[in-house]
Design a binder for this molecule. Structure first.
Ligand SMILES: Nc1ncnc2c1ncn2[C@@H]1O[C@H](COP(=O)(O)OP(=O)(O)OP(=O)(O)O)[C@@H](O)[C@H]1O
Length: 297
């Protein structure tokens, strides 16, 4: 569904150039539910904006659903934004109108007319579990419910790709879990590909794949050893929330043999502030040792 190679985005201001993405490679399969994590300023929102067709890459390749986003002309880009992608933002106020009802908010962006529009809005609100709140004004809904309205709107045109920027950023743990469960259900029932940008490590742990971005590049990939659904079947939910041992972490190795060590590893004694590490091969494993440590006897 998504393929980016050597993706670069440079923002130019009057006297400054900011390289927000510097050669990012990413592949997302159709029907995946995955998360992108990374520190503030690492380029997550920039990537989401490029994926959503809101901005153009400065260099590199970016294909979504077979479309070359760097080359799309204005007319096709409008169609792409309307038909292929849906957005959910952290800040609901961006999508919703507080004095309209839930139903009216969802009807608004639907392109159909008359009864069909109402029926479609009701169908979408049912899909997000809000059939009982149709007549309430937006201002009467809780944060989680408002976020579900935003998700219903994002799904209105049956997008193939749903992009969510910090969708649970302003919600408490219980409500964010519900929103994430909704993403999972939609992913399973409709097959929609979902990419979530988040700071929230708990949310990231509940998807099958997490890609970490550091300084505008993919720096690590974390895959679950068992899928979340399987794990839920095996364990009780409480334990699942805190089970980091259920993930395997992968570091990205580029074609030149450069390896990015995942964040945190180099804080260990002996590695901190080191500019080199000692490399050894042992039984088919590559071992990294602090520079001053002598090889294993
Ligand atoms: N429109 C812009 N003009 C100039 N610089 C920008 C623009 N948008 C983002 N940047 C810069 O690009 C870099 C990446 O920003 P981006 O918003 O993609 O990061 P992020 O990982 O989403 O951060 P956060 O988690 O804080 O939202 C930052 O250094 C940021 O200051």
């Amino acid at each position: 569904m998504i393929r980016s190679e050597g993706l670069v985005k440079i923002y130019k201001t009057a006297d400054l150039e900011v390289v927000a993405l510097q050669g990012l490679d990413l592949q997302v399969e159709e029907g995946e539910l995955m998360a992108i994590i990374g520190n503030s300023g690492s380029g997550k929102s920039t990537l989401l904006n490029l994926l959503g067709g809101l901005d153009k890459p400065s260099a590199g390749k970016l294909f979504v659903d077979g479309k070359d986003l760097a080359a799309l002309r204005e007319k096709n880009l409008v169609a792409y934004k309307r038909e292929t992608v849906g957005f959910v933002w952290q800040n609901n106020a961006r999508n919703l109108i507080p004095y309209l009802t839930t139903l009216e908010n969802v009807e608004l962006p639907i392109l159909l007319r008359g009864k069909r529009r109402r029926a479609r809005a009701m169908e979408l609100l049912e899909a997000v579990g809000l059939s009982h709140r149709l007549k309430n004004r937006l201002s009467e809904l809780s944060g989680g419910e408002q976020q579900r309205v935003a998700i219903a709107i994002a799904l209105a045109n049956e997008p193939k790709l749903l992009l969510a920027d910090e969708p649970t950023g302003s919600l408490d743990t219980k409500t964010s879990n519900q929103v994430l469960d909704l993403f999972r259900t939609l992913n399973k029932t409709t097959g929609i590909t979902i990419v979530i940008v988040t700071h929230d490590p708990l949310l990231a742990r509940k998807v099958d794949r997490v890609v970490q971005i550091r300084d505008g590049k993919t720096s690590a990939e974390i895959l679950r050893k068992v899928s979340y659904a399987e794990e839920l079947a095996q364990l009780n939910a409480e334990f699942a929330e805190y089970g980091p041992e259920n993930h395997v972490e992968y570091a990205v190795l580029d074609k030149a043999g450069r390896l990015q060590i995942p964040a945190g590893y180099l804080d260990a004694d002996g590695f901190k502030d080191a500019s080199r590490v000692r490399v050894e091969m042992e039984d088919g494993r590559i071992i990294l040792l602090p520079p001053e440590e002598r090889g294993r006897e």
